[in-house]
Design a protein around this ligand. Structure first.
Ligand SMILES: NC(=O)C1=CN([C@@H]2O[C@H](COP(=O)(O)OP(=O)(O)OC[C@H]3O[C@@H](n4cnc5c(N)ncnc54)[C@H](O)[C@@H]3O)[C@@H](O)[C@H]2O)C=CC1
Ligand SMILES: CC(C)CC(=O)C(=O)O
Length: 364
């Protein structure tokens, strides 16, 4: 990959490679855009097949955070980290402390939190070296694991999407195919089950599947079979790019709404599902609950206030669907427009130099 060509094409600000041989840390911090404020986005730990795959993932996820934070009305830019390694076997405390020092070196341009493969205990270790970390448990005003809050936002978003597709938001008797039953999706299944939805679940981790089957009477299917199951709603809650040339022809769902980041393999796939009449809840709009929750730490964490903001995901999606219907454009385009308009309006008003503008960030 020609890195600078790629950074220029998608307007990335910064890519940071972090290496610490004592702990085995190999991390990539991608900062996409800080027009709205410091870049906030989680740290993913994953076994990438190549370094290039890790860079591409960091870049795609960071850009998604710019749009997510803008669409959620947060005064924050977009960034993300990936740590190369197996989260089950390769972690050690020194790794997260070394990583924390790299974050501190960015002096507030990037603030981290949890993502796939990292936990609030990892955030606590990072916090030993920097204040630019959220989702910790280790001090007054810390918000802890964001996943349950993300799940609540996704649940609200599924209801808004169901209303758009079926005329009312009730999930009673709806068949929901949930891909991945990890931190977010397990909590999501609880909400769906409580409302009388019928659950079909899959995961590459057999224990995760068993937990959902035992708790919610979910039906289990093999990972490759989830796309073709007879269902009303497909909820991708594992990794990205599952809406692609192979899956679209076999999907039976009328709604696609889940927590995974970067669900569309390419934007073209967003166009195809639009033409097929599938209601797609843009990933970064529906899964913003976690970042809304951790961002509240930056202004003195207040759980109720954060949850109220998370409920607005329902309204944001209604707006996206309305723009999509009105202009006959795919929902991902409608969401991008909403986010880009907000970033552009702030960019336009930032023409003068200010010595220390940190204090105004909270008022935008
Ligand atoms: N945790 C959070 O607050 C947020 C998470 N997200 C996104 O939601 C998704 C899920 O996140 P978490 O629940 O935190 O992660 P997690 O790691 O707890 O859960 C993901 C689950 O997906 C399973 N999985 C992986 N590949 C799979 C495959 N091919 N087929 C079936 N299952 C597979 C894993 O075994 C795991 O159980 C990720 O894409 C993440 O980036 C987005 C916003 C916030
Ligand atoms: C707190 C988070 C989970 C933020 C993030 O990285 C995300 O929303 O994907």
């Amino acid at each position: 990959m020609e890195i600078f060509t790629h950074l220029e094409k998608y307007d990335y600000e910064q890519l940071v490679f972090c290496q610490d041989k004592n702990s085995g840390l190999k991390a990539i911090i991608a900062i996409h855009d800080t027009t709205l404020g410091p870049a906030l986005g989680g740290t993913r730990m994953w076994t990438y097949e190549s370094e290039e795959d890790a860079i591409v993932d960091a870049l795609r996820l960071a850009k998604g955070m710019t749009y997510k934070n803008a669409a959620a009305g947060l005064n924050l830019g977009g960034g993300k980290t990936v740590i190369i390694g197996n989260p089950r076997t390769d972690k050690n405390p020194e790794m997260f402390r070394a990583f924390g020092r790299y974050i501190q070196g960015l002096n507030g341009r990037y603030i981290t939190a949890e993502d796939v493969g990292t936990t609030e205990q990892d955030m606590d270790l990072i916090h030993l070296e920097t204040d630019f970390v959220t989702g910790t448990t280790s001090y007054a005003g810390a918000s802890g694991n964001p996943s349950p809050v993300t799940a609540y936002g996704v649940y609200k978003g599924i209801k808004a999407s169901t209303k758009e597709a079926f005329g009312n938001e009730s999930l009673a008797g709806k068949r929901v195919a949930v891909q991945g039953v990890g931190n977010v999706a397990y909590a999501l299944c609880e909400y769906l089950h409580q409302e009388g939805a019928e659950l079909i679940v899959t995961d590459i981790n057999k224990n995760a599947v068993k937990r959902a089957v035992d708790a919610f009477g979910a039906k289990a299917v093999d990972p490759n079979d989830i796309y073709a199951v007879d269902c009303d709603i497909y909820a991708p809650c594992a990794l990205g790019a599952t809406i692609n040339d192979h899956t679209i022809p076999i999907l039976k769902a009328k709604v696609i709404a889940g927590s995974a980041n970067n669900q569309l393999q390419t934007t073209n796939h967003g166009d195809i599902i639009h033409e097929k009449g599938i209601v797609y809840a843009p990933d970064y709009v529906i899964n913003a609950g976690g970042v809304i929750n951790v961002a509240d730490e930056l202004v003195g964490y207040h759980s109720e206030r954060a949850m109220k903001k998370v409920e607005m995901i329902y309204d944001s999606l209604e707006r996206v669907f309305e723009i999509s219907r009105r202009d006959n454009i795919p929902t991902y385009v409608a969401a991008d427009r909403m986010a880009e308009e907000r970033i552009q309006s702030v960019r336009n008003s930032r023409s003068q130099f200010l010595l220390n503008e940190q204090h105004i960030l909270s008022k935008r």
